[in-house]
Design a protein around this ligand. Structure first.
Ligand code: GSH
Length: 280
């Protein structure tokens, strides 16, 4: 693992690392904030999955998580959203919602995507193993996960598929049902193929309908988000959780849009919410 930068912040250290991923067959860059801690201490880990067009850098620069993570003693890990680099295929028209910056946290099965677009395996298996090896300060017995938009979809589906691994899951303006919105239908058709049954492990509402369970979910959603009605549809998650008896706290936030101004406004509350559950 190569250290690209080390920067002191809020008493701790903001790192950016790069490593060669076997899952994506590309170099992958990610950021990690490690709060100030005593030598030999082990700190819990909060994963943050980003949305369309993002790299690790968007939340690292605009997410405003460091003060809260320093206060609560939580490591914050922000991976990239897709493989990148020479030979990695992209959307034919270079669209922002498929290909580079739009991995959708799936293991693609369709050509030509299946060679590199394996973000599910990367996030679920490879990156945690890398962190366990190279960052002994990370206590991987205490993990929580959150994310924004496409990354909110990633956080919800990864938590629902791995309920024993995560103490808690939250999301900012998540795509709650990719099977029922244009972004998701384009991505799942492209990466997984036309058989909609094969999409179900990549849809939080379908996972819940099929029996996956987490005890509770926290979601913040801006009411002035331009993607609210067409792509995000939080009411579908509300219905799925009500049906399943999952304790969903869905906070509709008047006036907020889809941007990092919205995310950063509620970031400290999400970190505190996860901290409470990580310390139980
Ligand atoms: N670029 C797209 C929108 C993409 C978008 O809003 N991406 C969100 C995640 S879904 C984001 O975080 N963008 C990067 C940023 O705001 O820093 C558009 O023009 O409609």
């Amino acid at each position: 693992m190569e250290t690209l930068s080390t920067t002191k912040a809020h008493g701790g250290t903001q790192y950016v690392y790069r490593h060669d991923s076997t899952m994506t067959a590309t170099p992958m860059t990610f950021s990690v904030f490690v709060p100030e801690h005593e030598e030999g201490a082990k700190l819990p880990v909060l994963w943050y999955l980003s949305g369309l067009t993002c790299t690790h850098a968007n939340v690292t620069e605009k997410g405003e998580y460091r003060a809260a993570c320093a206060e609560h003693g939580i490591i914050f890990v922000a991976p990239d959203t897709s493989p990148r680099g020479d030979g990695v295929p992209d959307d034919a028209e270079g669209a922002y919602d498929f290909g580079l910056g739009a991995g959708f946290y799936v293991n693609a099965t369709e050509e030509p995507w299946s060679a590199n677009y394996r973000m599910r395996a990367y996030i679920e298996d490879e990156l945690p193993a890398q962190i366990a090896t190279h960052l002994p300060v990370a206590d991987l017995t205490r993990q929580s996960i959150t994310g924004h938009s496409m990354g909110g979809h990633g956080a919800l589906t990864i938590a629902l598929r791995n309920p024993d691994r995560f103490r808690s899951v939250s999301a900012f303006a998540p795509i709650v049902s990719p099977m029922n919105c244009p972004w998701g239908e384009k991505a799942l058709t492209g990466y997984i193929g036309a058989d909609r049954e094969a999409w179900r492990p990549y849809d939080a509402c379908a996972l819940i309908a099929d029996g996956s369970r987490v005890p509770e979910i926290l979601v913040d959603q801006g009411e002035a988000d331009s993607f609210l009605e067409t792509q995000l549809k939080p009411e579908l998650l509300r219905e799925a959780c009500a049906e399943a008896g999952i304790d969903l706290t869905l906070r509709m936030q008047p006036g907020y849009d889809h941007s990092y101004y919205f995310i950063s406004s509620f970031m400290a509350e999400h970190v505190a919410w996860h901290a409470e559950r990580l310390k139980r």
